[in-house]
Design a protein around this ligand. Structure first.
Ligand code: F6R
Length: 250
């Protein structure tokens, strides 16, 4: 596990885009595991810029996303399918037929989870998995729990997650209470992990995840076991780690 320090959101985005861009440049048919949320948006903007100026080519890239709200159609502007199209896919030369997310409109949970696990398996391995982190340490929508789940499952979102995500909705009542998410097992199978983290609201989760015990109460803590995990975090997100373990992150 390597934590790369960034000054602020822009610096984090640039450093993370370099890691992801290098992956695509070195292996043009890479399989990317992608995340939504505020954290990767700046990185996605840079990838769009580098694709438009000819530095990166996504035409042979495939992608699988971490999660999708249960019950939302892909054309709903709050869905993660909509987010991915508008924040990345439409700006790069990826073939949208090669981009996959869980289908939030499938009410048959067992069927959808099996379908999405088969999609992930058919990719032959995720080369790099982008992650953000929840204030409660979640990755994907793997919320604090007594267990780590292996495969895709449908979760009831944590109260804190619903509160945090309500900033994207007109009111908290509109936030879906359930979501499909890739399991921690699938995340851990990715060859490389690239986590992007910014802001003081994530400082406790960073401390607990990477300087505490490995526990499903803090799902991101399992990343300590990943053989190639790169975390790009800004000074604000590193605040508590810097206080408790001065010098631990250069
Ligand atoms: C998003 C996802 C979530 C977010 C996390 C952080 O696909 O799986 O785990 O990465 O909630 O969200 P932001 O970046 O909005 O702070």
């Amino acid at each position: 596990m390597r934590i790369i320090r960034a000054k602020d959101y822009d610096d984090m985005s640039r450093k993370a885009a370099i890691v992801l861009g290098a992956q695509v440049a070195a292996k043009p048919d890479s399989v990317l595991g992608l995340a939504t949320g505020s954290s990767p948006v700046g990185m996605y903007k840079l990838l769009i810029e580098w694709c438009k100026n000819g530095d990166l080519d996504f035409s042979n890239v495939k992608s699988v996303n971490l999660d999708e709200y249960f019950g939302l159609t892909a054309d709903n502007d709050q869905s993660y399918a909509y987010f991915m199209y508008h924040n990345l896919f439409k700006g790069i030369n990826i073939d949208v037929k090669n981009t996959y997310l869980p289908d939030g409109t499938n009410p048959d949970v067992a069927n959808e989870c099996a379908r999405y696990d088969a999609v992930i398996d058919s990719m032959g391995g995720v080369d790099i998995q982008v992650l953000g982190i929840g204030g409660n340490g979640h990755i994907g929508f793997n919320e604090p729990s007594d267990v780590f789940k292996l495969g895709t499952h449908c979760v009831t979102l944590d109260k804190k997650t619903i509160e945090a995500n309500s900033r994207f909705f007109n009111s908290i009542d509109e936030v879906p209470t359930k979501a499909y998410t890739m399991g921690v097992g699938s995340i851990m199978k990715a060859k490389k992990i690239l986590m992007v983290v910014n802001g003081e609201a994530k400082a406790q989760a960073m401390l607990d995840s990477f300087f505490g015990d490995i526990t499903p109460r803090v799902q991101a803590s399992i990343l300590q076991m990943h053989p190639d995990c790169v975390i790009v975090a800004d000074d604000a997100a590193l605040k508590l780690i810097d206080e408790k373990f001065p010098g631990a992150v250069k």
